[in-house]
Design a protein around this ligand. Structure first.
Ligand SMILES: [Mn+2]
Length: 326
């Protein structure tokens, strides 16, 4: 951590990036780290394969997280002194940015909390025990002897609530609550942030939530909840890149459920699979078998196949994972 901080000084340019479809932890960590680097006089740009989700636009500074555009960003990435990937270490998860990052002569660093870090990076700051990448950025503040301003505190708080599922996943440990207390003391306002981040769904998302849950498909004696979001439904409700994570989280309210899986049709041969589980059911190991990844209770996969074959293949694997007997 100290060696990465030592690189931040006047005139040095950083490009911060996260995984495709960046989430609250990715964007929040980027905003907070950018502000720290700027207090150390470095120049910072935030570029992700995809733009920030609309709900995160409520976070001051999120407008700085630009969606990758080769014409605008390739020169910036090539000329950067340091490129830092936050909240993932797999270069493939850089999406369309991967070739530009690989080609850059910049020092390539990674700050992450996922298991099995990639050996691609020149320097790696990985702590699997961290509840979120934002917690590692907070540690960088501490090491740099800087106090986060209220915007940075709110950004790290957003990272924390995103990755702990609002303090309900297994990673919501004492350390997570200590971090929350420090961030609130530094100016993060939980009630205000809850409204600005979590209560911002458009009408289409709320209607889609109802429709998707109403047509849930129960497997393995109700232990698996299978949800489908078709391209048609997304078009009908005018939903673009909006997050559909709340739909899958809501499915876990079913008493019998151990796992919920949501299949979102991205195209004729592209399906996004989101997995959530309760307790010891490890969905990240299953996701890895299909080329995805994540945490024990929350993981994802993108499959190059149509919706229904993807549903059958992944659901069969889930049935083996949780068992099918009553
Ligand atoms: Mn994370």
């Amino acid at each position: 951590m100290r060696t990465l901080l030592a690189r931040a000084r006047s005139g040095v340019s950083f490009v911060l990036t996260s995984h495709v479809h960046p989430d609250g932890d990715g964007i929040g960590s980027e905003i907070a780290f950018a502000r720290l680097l700027e207090t150390l006089s470095a120049r910072v740009a935030i570029v992700n394969a995809d733009p920030a989700p609309p709900a995160l636009e409520a976070l001051d500074g999120s407008e700085r997280a630009e969606g990758y555009d080769p014409g605008r960003h390739d020169a910036l990435i090539a000329a950067a002194d340091v490129v830092v990937m936050l909240d993932n270490s797999d270069p493939a998860r850089l999406g369309a940015m991967e070739p530009a990052v690989r080609a850059s002569a910049a020092h390539k660093a990674c700050i992450d909390h996922h298991p099995n870090p990639s050996s691609f990076w020149d320097s790696l700051i990985v702590d699997q025990s961290a509840c979120c990448t934002g917690a590692l950025v907070h540690e960088l503040y501490r090491l740099a002897g800087r106090r986060p301003d209220p915007v940075a505190a709110a950004a790290m708080y957003a990272a924390l609530v995103s990755d702990t599922g609002r303090f309900r996943f297994g990673n919501a440990d004492a350390e997570a609550f200590r971090l929350a207390a420090e961030l609130v003391a530094a100016g993060a306002d939980p009630a205000d942030l809850f409204t600005r981040l979590e209560e911002q769904a458009g009408e289409g998302v709320v209607r889609l939530l109802g429709e998707t849950l109403a047509s849930m498909d129960l497997r393995a004696a109700g232990r698996i909840v299978v949800l489908r979001v078709t391209g048609d439904a997304l078009a009908r409700h005018r939903i673009g890149h909006e997050d559909t994570a709340e739909i899958i989280n809501a499915a876990l309210m079913l008493r019998t459920s151990r796992v919920a899986v949501l299949f979102r049709e991205l195209g004729p041969a592209s399906t996004k699979v989101s997995l959530r589980s309760k307790g010891a059911v490890a969905v990240n190991e299953l996701a890895r078998q299909f080329g995805g990844g994540g945490h024990r209770n929350a993981a994802g996969i993108v499959l190059d196949e149509p919706l229904e074959p993807a549903v059958e293949r992944v659901t069969e694997a889930l049935e083996r994972l949780v068992g099918t007997d009553g």
